[in-house]
Structure formats: structure tokens, C-alpha cells
Design a protein around this ligand. Sequence first.
Ligand SMILES: [Zn+2]
Length: 232
Amino acid sequence: MKVERADVMVVTPHPDDAEFGVAGTVARWVKEGRQVVYVVCSNGDKGTSDPNVKPAHLAKTREKEQLAAARVLGVREVVFLRHPDQGLEETPEFRKQLVRLIRMYRPETVVTADPYRRYFWHRDHRITGQVTLDAVFPYARDYWAYPEFIGDGLEPHKVNEILFWASEDPNHCLDITETFDLKMAALLCHKSQVGHVAVELMEEWLRHHCRDSATGQDYDLGESFHRAQPLY
Ligand SMILES: [Zn+2]
């Protein structure tokens, strides 16, 4: 199986998490010519407090919202794994799905949720971060991890870096001053999630958050990450 490789793979637990975590940076990378693909792990069908919104309908809505946000940012492709919301588990099958995608797209950079936040942290976020990390290293790297992949042309691949959003231990900040408006526009595509918040309030909150992230930098607005590089 041959697909065009991508420079960046963003692995997001739910539709909308990537927009909160990395959309400003994604927009900047796309402007710089990097190819970005999204992998959306769960269908987000429990993401409502309105009992009148049925899960199957919500899942469809959220896919459309995610595709709209991806268009705003210039993301090349969105892959939906459609696991049940609040149903992600650290299984060999989930890990294998991610390894397969890493070996197909062969990204230099993988971005996902930090699995190591303490206390309250959505279980899907924790598990997505952990399984992505394990998929990158060592499973995507090692030939004998999945010898059955080789016949499909899915050769081992070494990712250069992983960036984790929502980290309690950020060590890397990227300037999104120029792309903040695109991040905001992409977030607003997720109407089922943010539609109840006034746009002005949301923008104020987001600007404050991004300004906070950029504390000590020589730019105004940033997204911060914990950046890790596997030791190959
Ligand atoms: Zn989420």
C-alpha cells in the first residue's frame, strides 16, 4: 500500500482536541509547506450534556466539524479510526493501527496529547498519548514488531520528534502569533463543542492562554509542548 508521505502526523483523541492543542502550529507548518495528516481516534459521540442529542448523530456532526477545521488549517487528510468515545483502551489492536499509519505516512513529527498529566485527565487523552508514544517507539521502528507489515510495504520508520500538548512539563514553545486567527477559526468549526460560548469570550480565553504559553519568549502568542526525541 503506497500513500504520499506526510511531514507531520497529529493523533487526536477526539475531534476538537487537536484544535485546542496544536492548530496554530499546524497552520504555520502548512504555510511553510509541510504536509500534515490528522488521525482522529474516537468518534466523540459522548461529547454533549444535551440528552436530546443522540450519539450516532453527534458522531456524524463531529466528523463534519473536524473536516471543516482541517480545511481551515490546510490539513491534507483526516483519518477517522471511529473508536467509541470514552472507549479507548491500550490494546495491541489500537497500537497496531497507529503503527500502520506511522509506517504509511512516515512523518518526521508526531503530535498528540501528553499522557502524563496528573489527576483529572480524560482517560481517552491519557490512552491516546500513551499508545501513540509506544507506537512511535519502539513498535514503528522495529522490523520484528510486525513482520506481517513488510509484505504491504510498511517498512520500519523512525519518527524524529514527538510533541505533546497539554503538558504539565512544557519544554518547547512555537510562535503562533501569525496563525492565531486560523486556530480560532478552526476551533469555531467545532460548533457542537464550543457553540454555547460567546465568540468574544472564547477568543479572550484563547488569547490569554496562548499569551501565557509564550511567557518569556520574544513573541506574543504561542503553543507549548513537551518535546521528546526517541534515542535510536
Ligand atoms: Zn478530548
